[in-house]
Design a protein around this ligand. Structure first.
Ligand code: ATP
Ligand code: ZN
Length: 295
């Protein structure tokens, strides 16, 4: 029995998804236009599909796991509920890629003074359920124009007055003379799993893979710091180390007053922190990237 994970076939999430699986130790060969690829060193197959299909595949237990954006998950949850179905896929954890926001953008020159300015307008989007909830929450009466793509050109084509679309840098909006006015949903990729209890033969590998994914996520941005310091400065140093757990304190041969301190910091360590460490007496400060971590 092999585990099956669904990821986006070709798009913004594909490289980061494959990178995540690679960091978890998966070796695979991917043929061109292949729907599925076979993990060579784990009982895990990767299914390549449109991102919009991932929640359904997991919900229906065709795949055990899936990597997909919160924007797609939230739209599906609302759509399932609207059809009287319960969204059953479970969100396991957020992943540090695919960051974007679903936002409302108006053409240059639109006099926007808050959500009530949307009353009576036509809004183009591929996310009617999430937008509908936003409009309801603000008591706005607007017409939602559902499009399957190229939302940003709808105002110029006269199909809508404004849009509700995904944005990361904002350059597409600017190129289309649109201005962001509201964030409807902040999004990033997430790991989801089937609601069905995983078959006993697959349980061990599911557990291992989930721990590895968590380890990969924790390592991102984590640093290992080593330094020498006066014993008396330990409390001050512990306060300065960003997001660290109890540091390891090691005696230095022949010195009673100074110790070596090793700590894992769960956040990036900036030059300012190193300068502050030095000012409380630290020396020989080394900051190293962390390659793997297992909780
Ligand atoms: P398909 O449906 O064929 O898989 P798509 O056109 O829906 O592809 P992409 O444009 O590749 O998908 O986006 C996939 C996901 O990437 C989005 O659902 C979203 O979670 C995330 N994303 C990150 N930044 C952006 C952005 N600037 N625009 C759109 N999506 C973004
Ligand atoms: Zn899609």
């Amino acid at each position: 029995m092999r585990l099956r994970i669904a990821i986006q076939k070709s798009g913004r999430l594909t490289d980061s998804s494959l990178d995540l699986l690679g960091r978890c130790g998966l070796k695979y060969t991917r043929g061109k236009d292949q729907l599925m690829c076979h993990g060579e060193n784990m009982p895990l197959d990767v299914l390549f599909v449109r991102d919009d299909d991932i929640p359904d595949l997991v919900q229906e237990d065709v795949c055990d796991l899936g990597l997909v954006g919160l924007n797609v998950l939230e739209e599906k949850r609302l759509a399932f509920r609207a059809r009287g179905l319960a969204p059953l896929f479970e969100q396991v954890q957020l992943l540090d890629f695919g960051h974007c926001r679903l936002c409302i953008a108006v053409p240059d020159g639109f006099d926007y003074r808050g959500p009530r300015s949307l009353d009576g307008t036509r809004i183009a989007t591929t996310y009617p359920a999430i937008l509908g909830r936003f409009l309801d929450e603000h008591g706005v009466q607007a017409t939602v124009v559902v499009l399957s793509g190229s939302v940003e050109i709808a105002p110029r084509l006269g199909r809508a007055d404004l849009i509700c679309d995904l944005v990361s840098t904002g350059s597409t909006l600017a190129a289309n003379h649109l201005r962001e006015v509201e964030t409807v949903l902040a999004s990033q990729a997430a790991l989801i799993r089937t609601p069905v209890p995983i078959a006993p033969e697959k349980r061990e590998w599911t557990h291992r893979l989930l721990l590895r994914i968590d380890g990969v996520e924790q390592v991102k941005g984590s640093k290992y710091i080593m330094l020498h310091a006066p014993r008396s400065a330990l409390p001050a140093i512990a306060k300065l180390l960003p997001g660290s757990e109890a540091p390891t304190v090691i005696p230095l041969d022949g010195r009673d007053d100074r110790v070596a301190v090793h700590a894992v910091c769960r956040e990036n360590v900036f030059w300012e922190t190193l300068e502050q460490l030095k000012s409380v007496g630290a020396s020989s400060v080394l900051v190293l990237p962390v390659e793997k971590m297992l909780a």
